[in-house]
Design a protein around this ligand. Structure first.
Ligand code: EPZ
Length: 421
């Protein structure tokens, strides 16, 4: 199993190109199921989760061709099956996103219920509530959800009980081919929802209001092929900014979009970072200073993202002062705390949603174990700061969501090696 060996104590310094967004590429790849025409997706990141989604499309009978620049051409003329098996769904929950498009186009879909997850229970009740509102009949049997609408879906008003990114995406994808108008209220406003809406519109859908809490979708009878480029990864961008801040460093990130990270940039400025932005770049400079401790509380977009909580907590661990980190989205997203404490941090879990951090001046190397995707990068940040050589185990979690991590960190001057033993 691969591990990362990190010789810490160096400031990150350099420039990087940010990859396409995993959490936009996954729903967009699912949405290609909505048309029988070829669709070309550019700026797809080279990640395990993307490979899993491509494998799932292949298993459904979709033709997928990938060129050397990771432009993905997808054609789903006829499907072999309308069933997403447990083996693939259990390795990646986003597999559940094929349900909306299959149901919309074929009037039927069967998808394994995603099982437990390291960061929380993560039910899919809101996805199913949306499909039912559009007229699908839902049954759950032997661990599979079956949705049927033999006469097609019908537009309706759908009010989400809570803000859910995946639920909003799945219902949007189901509604684009429904008969009539769907109004989706209390929708998630994440930039990845905007990217999906824009992609659907490039295929000929009539989606409006994406990026606000009310999305309107006028159903159309069919969608066409198109060529689309996935948005920049705001979470990867924020992660490298936080890593640079934690190491008192200086980075310039390119091919990104600063407007998608306002809550994170604001918190980094409070931590003492000098930040400049341009149309598609962000530069952060700590001028060699230790960050100041900064409270954060995760919220749906445009609030502070849960997907950057662990990384920010790692930075706070070496900050000047004390602060609170509050997680409001997932009920078990502090697994990294015990690991970072192994390096000599002083983080106390007050309860399942709050951590109290007393910043320490120095961390010291120790073996660490990654538990989930974003948490694993928080361990890398802590290891980059720590004196000595830290071995981070189970980095397959990182490979799910961060493209060529050791190469990118090396470009910033880090001493990082992938080892297999
Ligand atoms: C997406 O997950 C992201 N994944 C997650 O990123 C991200 O952490 C999350 O949104 C929140 O921003 C992808 O986009 C592929 P949710 P998703 O539905 O859609 C509850 C990463 O590291 N809920 O917005 O699964 C749920 O339990 C990943 O890249 C219900 O109760 O998240 C959670 O507490 C991790 N019922 C909250 O809503 C439902 O039907 C938000 O979940 C659906 C969700």
């Amino acid at each position: 199993m691969d591990k990362l060996l990190i010789n810490g104590g160096r400031r990150l310094d350099g420039r990087l190109r940010i990859s396409g967004a995993k959490n936009a590429a996954l729903p967009i790849l699912s949405a290609t199921l909505l048309t029988d025409q070829p669709v070309v997706i550019a700026n797809t990141p080279h990640l395990h989760d993307v490979t899993t989604m491509i494998e799932l499309l292949g298993c459904l009978g979709v033709d997928v061709v990938i060129d050397e620049k990771l432009k993905v051409e997808v054609t789903s003329r006829k499907l072999k099956q309308l069933r997403a098996p447990y083996d693939l769904v259990k390795t990646m929950r986003a597999s559940f996103l094929v349900m909306g498009p299959m149901l919309a186009r074929f009037g039927e879909a069967e998808v394994s219920l995603p099982g437990g997850c390291a960061i929380g229970s993560r039910p899919v009740d809101q996805h199913l509530k949306g499909f039912a509102a559009l007229g699908a009949e839902i049954t759950v049997e032997n661990g599979y959800v079956r949705a049927q609408a033999p006469n097609g879906l019908t537009g309706a008003e759908v009010i989400m009980d809570l803000v859910t990114v995946g639920g909003t995406e799945n219902v949007m994808m189901a509604a684009v081919l429904a008969d009539g108008k769907t109004v989706l209220k209390n929708a998630a406003r994440e930039p990845e929802i905007i990217d999906l809406g824009n992609f659907l519109n490039s295929m000929g859908a009539q989606v409006s209001g994406h990026g606000t809490e009310t999305i309107e979708i006028e159903g159309v009878t069919e969608l066409r092929g198109c060529e689309y480029s996935v948005m920049a990864d705001r979470i990867e961008t924020g992660t490298y900014l936080i890593a640079a801040a934690a190491t008192r460093g200086h980075v310039r990130l390119e091919h990104t979009d600063p407007t998608l990270l306002e809550a994170v940039l604001e918190r980094l400025r409070v931590a003492g970072a000098d930040i400049e932005t341009g149309e598609n770049w962000i530069e952060l400079d700590m001028h060699g200073e230790r960050p100041r401790a900064v409270d954060i509380e995760t919220q749906p977009y445009p609030g502070f993202p849960t997907d950057m909580q662990a990384q920010f907590l790692a930075m706070n661990a070496v900050s000047v002062g004390e602060c609170r980190v509050t997680e409001t989205i997932f009920e078990n997203r502090f697994m990294h705390v015990q690991e970072i404490n192994r390096l000599g941090a002083d983080i106390e879990l007050i309860n399942h949603s709050t951590a109290h951090v007393r910043g320490v001046e120095q961390l010291h190397a120790a073996p660490l174990m990654a538990t989930d995707l974003r948490a694993s990068f928080s361990l890398v940040i802590a290891a980059l700061v720590a004196e000595g050589r830290t071995l981070v185990d189970r980095i397959y979690h990182i490979d799910r969501g961060y493209e060529t991590i050791e190469e990118k960190l090396a470009l910033l001057g880090a001493d990082v090696q992938r080892v297999s033993r």
